[in-house]
Design a protein around this ligand. Structure first.
Ligand code: NAP
Ligand code: L37
Length: 291
């Protein structure tokens, strides 16, 4: 049987409509307009494109956005000063530092400088720390991991008690999504580049979340029949037959796995749009909490 295709595009459109309605109510009741500050350092084309999409999404739901496009060679001190200004700016309710940032900068210090109550990416050490402990509540949960769980919930997938496998352990996706699954009472396995017998471990998953950045690495015979597969990978592969000269593929061999899984997210049109919807959600929540 062919898997149900979980459309992130459609789900994100529904969520954006929900957010837009809430933004209008917030404005009517308090006069407050939620505002997102984006901080982009350097000229990475992919990051530029994602930040552009985020600013456009803000406009569509009636939120303000403040873009800071900074040169590759900005100093740590200058960047910290900009973040401090944004922390103090009452029109800004969320600060997004688009990762990765250039290697000469101290990422840990930058992320710790973002005010806790404006940390809509959820990467402040206190928010990540709370995410990683029992009975602690982070103020914000990182956008891509939150989007993955939202997709499971809105598809009606039960998480509690299920065998979940996360492939990848990065700070921005693998690790936080694993923490979320654990909080939801999944039985969890985290795999990475040193995992032995990877296909065999992956085959144990009822719920499989893949974030490795390797085009089409997960094959059909790695997947347990009936599993639910969330593909976070966004890999650009050369394709001269397309207008742009490339196309997006996930970390999962979609055409093989869709014949085995019970549900699967596509790339594009899967987790990507949900990441942006969750960013809007977090920014709105930040604005509601501010006074
Ligand atoms: P990352 O920081 O490069 O982390 C990759 C993880 O995969 C690491 O934990 C690495 O293991 C593991 N890995 C790499 N090659 C492997 C292999 N051959 N076998 C087993 N494990 C392997 O990547 P990321 O930032 O998490 O991003 C992953 C993918 O998601 C990328 O395609 C990225 O573009 C995409 N992404 C999408 C969104 C979205 O919104 N859709 C958001 C963020 C990222 P080690 O830890 O052992 O090195
Ligand atoms: N919040 N997100 C946050 N903070 C960061 O520091 N790096 C990073 C981050 N990552 C991120 O924004 N990734 C991302 C990846 C893909 C999309 C959006 C965000 C996306 O929507 N992709 C489309 C295809 C791209 C396109 O159409 O050009 C998709 O459908 O998957």
């Amino acid at each position: 049987m062919t898997a149900k295709i979980i459309s992130g595009t459609e789900m994100a459109a529904t969520i954006r409509a929900e957010i837009k309605a809430e933004v209008e109510i917030l404005k009517a009741n308090t006069g407050r307009m939620p505002g997102l500050a984006t901080v982009l350092v350097g000229g990475r084309k992919d990051s530029q494109s994602y930040v552009r999409m985020k600013k456009k999404a803000c406009a569509e739901v009636g939120m303000a956005s403040f873009g800071h496009d900074l040169p590759e060679n900005i100093s740590q001190e200058e960047l910290l000063r900009i973040i401090q200004d944004l922390n103090e700016n009452p029109e800004v309710h969320g600060i997004l530092v688009q990762l990765p940032i250039p290697a000469h900068l101290n990422e840990e210090e930058i992320l710790a400088a973002v005010g806790l109550e404006k940390d809509i990416d959820g990467f402040h050490p206190i928010n990540i720390g709370r995410l990683s402990m029992k009975r602690r509540e982070p103020l914000f949960v990182p956008c891509t991991p939150k989007g993955c769980i939202e997709m499971l919930d809105r598809t009606g997938v039960q998480i509690e008690g299920k065998r979940a496998v996360v492939l990848g352990r990065s700070n921005i996706v693998g690790l936080p999504v694993a923490m979320l699954l654990l909080h939801r009472n999944a039985t969890l396995t985290i795999c990475h580049s040193r995992t032995q017998n990877l296909p065999q471990v992956v085959r144990e998953a009822d719920i499989l979340i893949v974030a490795v950045g390797r085009a089409e690495m997960v094959r059909g015979d790695w997947v347990k029949p009936g599993a639910v597969v969330i593909d976070v990978g966004t890999n650009a592969v050369d394709d001269p037959t397309t207008e742009k000269g490339y196309r997006w593929v996930g970390d999962v061999a979609f055409n093989e796995v869709k014949e085995i899984a019970s549900a699967i997210t596509p790339v594009p049109g899967g987790v990507g749009p949900m990441t942006i919807a969750m960013l809007l959600r977090n920014t709105l929540d930040g604005a509601k909490r501010s006074s």
